[in-house]
Design a protein around this ligand. Sequence first.
Ligand code: 13P
Length: 339
Amino acid sequence: MNAQILQATARALVAPNKGILAADESFPTIAKRFQSIGIDSTEANRRDYRNMLFTTPNANEFISGVILFDETLRQSNAEGTPLVDILNAAGIIPGIKVDSGAKSMAGTKGEKITEGLDGLRDRLVEYASLGARFAKWRAVITIGNRIPSVGCIEANAEALARYAALCQEANIVPIVEPEVLMDGDHDIDRCEAVTTQALDAVFSALKRHNVLLEGILLKPNMVISGKDCPQRAGINEVAERTVRCLKRTVPAAVPGIVFLSGGQTAEEATAHLSAMNKGPLPWELSFSYGRALQDPALRAWAGKSDHVSRAQDVFYHRSQCNGAARTGKYTAEMEQRIA
Ligand code: 13P
């Protein structure tokens, strides 16, 4: 493990005004996204869509790194240029999703455990040789009737820590992602309690496994009301609760926290991040959004080659709004610029 490499990569991923694009949708997930715009998930469509995002002019002003799916890390665009080379040429750091998905956890009432540790050491060596400098592993925690269970929280924390230790051995920065889902009608109090419990378990496990905190990034959910909660908390309350929860659970040694968007609209995710960045914080607070960065561009693209430039404008604009949110400077008026 080379601590200097890990710290330099982690810091570069949360450089001023920048954040991460999560474009690591698995085959079933990208198929679902493409279905929403009425196109098939073929190898060529996946390649062209991701090429559109990665070749967006000046995206590197606001995008520090991109999380890729295994297929994309090995893929070339229609002109034969490897997609990884396109990112590197733009100064954008390639990353890789390394978990093999959240599977139903035996002995629980519908909870999930993320798999993918077997053979991970060898896969990480290969991913590093293909150009990946950071990785992602997503654990899923569901809020419901008498869940999450301690068993689910602990098993997922343990897997995240083992993954993180293996990544650091290969000089790959682990993004540690314990996602408390927004699904359900629970209130924000419940989300805060469960998120606190999950993060406490994750940081205990990281310590147990001797993970270098300066060489990781944390990717949490925001503390937010459930999607179907009748009284959903507003932007400032989400920002205050999230910062309070993170200050209680995340050591200042961690260089950056990069949120997932988790089903928030693009505008909500940006507004929440901006509100949190209005005060001083012990870590960089940034984004690693999938849907909240991609959805508007996906709809503008709609699978049509003559829509590429328009879709890139939309993607650039979304990235710019989130870049502004890094310093609390996003305003609703910024949304008009692309209309
Ligand atoms: P969303 O921002 O769409 O939640 O995706 C981020 C991600 O990488 C989830 O693992």
